[in-house]
Design a protein around this ligand. Structure first.
Ligand code: B16
Ligand code: MG
Length: 218
């Protein structure tokens, strides 16, 4: 018999690669503050909220700032980031995403977005996916960032599906921990050595096969 399952997708690193735009904007900010910020260091910001990202960046540069100044810099960074986002098109949807969403729709499996980004609805709109998601939970809806399970628990509630029947697709360690804390099935996208806490790991979205999905449903 078919189980009622639902999917909750992370955005950055799963549906699109916005990390490269976050990186350019954070690097500019670091340079303006007088220090360098490498792509390797940018890995630390993946899946992390905007304010936490700034705190990590400032600790890398050993810079101390007032709360007022931090707010100014957050606005400045987001303004620059949105210049990249506004140029995004459906060409930036990561390989395998459309096939997976089509499979879910054909099989009447609902899916939601569970992202730390406050810009998530705009990004989905830019790439033409906004209307395909049954529910969207983003950085504006949560008070506790991943690895807290809040974002995914709200997603399950909006979908009307029990957490244990939800499958989370995530690229960040904190996101996998959040899914596990919510008692959901976790799928990591990326390196199995990094995402070893996930129930399943695939190198990218094209590696999730229909056979694997059918097994999850049975
Ligand atoms: P924003 P996700 C996260 O998206 C990004 O991975 C992370 O790098 C970013 O700081 C965070 O969104 C907040 O984004 O500045 O747009 O609110 O992976 O949770 O979809
Ligand atoms: Mg992510």
């Amino acid at each position: 018999m078919k189980k009622e399952i639902a999917f909750i997708f992370d955005l950055d690193g799963v549906i699109v690669d916005t990390a490269k735009y976050h990186y350019l904007a954070w690097r500019n900010l670091a340079n303006a503050l007088g220090f360098d910020f490498t792509e390797e260091q940018n890995e630390l910001l993946k899946g992390v909220s905007r304010i936490q990202s700034l705190e990590i960046l400032l600790s890398i540069g050993k810079v101390n700032l007032s709360e007022e100044k931090k707010q100014v810099l957050l606005l400045q960074k987001n303004k620059e980031y949105l210049e990249y986002v506004n140029k995004m098109t459906s060409d930036e949807i990561l390989p395998g995403v459309n096939d997976l969403l089509n499979f879910l729709e054909i099989n009447d499996i609902k899916y939601a977005l569970g992202s730390a980004s406050k810009n998530a609805p705009l990004i989905l709109d830019k790439v033409g996916l906004l209307n395909r998601f049954t529910a969207i939970v983003d950085g504006n809806d949560v008070s506790k960032a991943k690895p807290d399970p809040e974002v995914f628990l709200i997603g399950a509630k909006k979908l009307g599906v029990n957490p244990e029947n939800c499958v989370v697709v995530e690229d960040a360690i904190a996101g996998i921990e959040a899914a596990n804390a919510a008692k959901m099935i976790s799928i990591g996208i990326g390196d199995a050595n990094v995402l070893y806490e996930a129930d399943y790991v695939f190198k990218d979205m094209t590696a999730i096969t229909p056979d694997f999905l059918k097994n999850l449903m049975n």
